[in-house]
Design a protein. Structure first.
Length: 239
């Protein structure tokens, strides 16, 4: 009974955790969008890798596996959550270590930027596909998002090294990569539509459909004021 309550509580908290990830990541959306065609410095990327967004994301990942009691060898309760959090955080760091050099070599954008499109369908499609399609920093043309894919697959497989026997398989490594890409896609959708979620009456056209944030990032900076304040309250070092 106690274990069941823990799993239900973890699954119930998952939407809140994913929303918090989106809020924390949105805190720097306008800055990233302005610098999307530039590869960040190693110091800036390292700070992002271990910052508050990484911690919240690892907590969300741990919440999912805690809810499903995976792997079962790690048990439940605080000790089990701690092991899963450490695994999720380590997987995130490994993934980012892989992503950066791949992005540098292939001249790919590392950060998500809003679509600038109109209408729900086109924007949803853009956000979902951005996990596997990005842009060149040199030409701005669309290209396969090799850094995102390689980071997910690499971290999924490497994380098997510290997993217990029941989950130390190549198949589950690829499954973990797929889960990472799916979660990232969901977060990108939240980031794309966050302005309308926060101000639903400010962003509708004559047909009642939500409008995208214009390429003028000053508008978006105003819209993400609350996430910025939230991130700063959580951590003085939040970007």
């Amino acid at each position: 009974m106690h274990g069941t309550c823990i799993r239900v509580s973890a699954l119930t908290a998952l939407p809140l955790l994913l929303g918090t990830v989106a809020l924390a990541q949105n805190a720097s959306t306008s800055v990233e969008a302005q610098q999307a065609n530039q590869t960040p410095s190693v110091a800036s990327y390292a700070k992002r890798t271990v910052g508050i967004r990484a911690v919240v994301g690892a907590a969300a990942g741990a919440g999912v596996t805690q809810g499903t009691d995976t792997p079962t060898e790690w048990g439940e309760g605080a000790a089990g959550f701690g092991r899963r959090f450490a695994s999720s955080y380590g997987k995130h760091i490994v993934g980012n270590i892989i992503r950066y050099p791949v992005a540098r070599l292939t001249h790919e954008e590392l950060y998500y930027r809003p679509s600038g499109k109109h209408g729900f369908g086109p924007r949803l499609k853009y956000a979902l596909l951005s996990v596997v399609i990005t842009h060149k920093t040199t030409t701005g043309k669309r290209t396969t998002n090799l850094n995102e894919i390689s980071g997910a697959v690499g971290s999924g497989l490497i994380s098997r090294l510290w997993q217990p026997t029941s989950t130390r398989t190549i198949a589950l490594g690829f499954s973990s990569a797929g889960t990472s890409l799916a979660v990232d896609a969901g977060i990108r959708v939240l980031r794309e539509f966050w302005p309308e979620i926060r101000h639903p009456h400010r962003h509708t056209d004559t047909a009642g459909l939500p409008l995208s944030v214009a390429p003028g990032w000053e508008i978006q900076e105003e819209l993400v004021a609350t996430p910025v304040e939230l991130a700063e309250e959580i951590s003085p070092d939040a970007e």
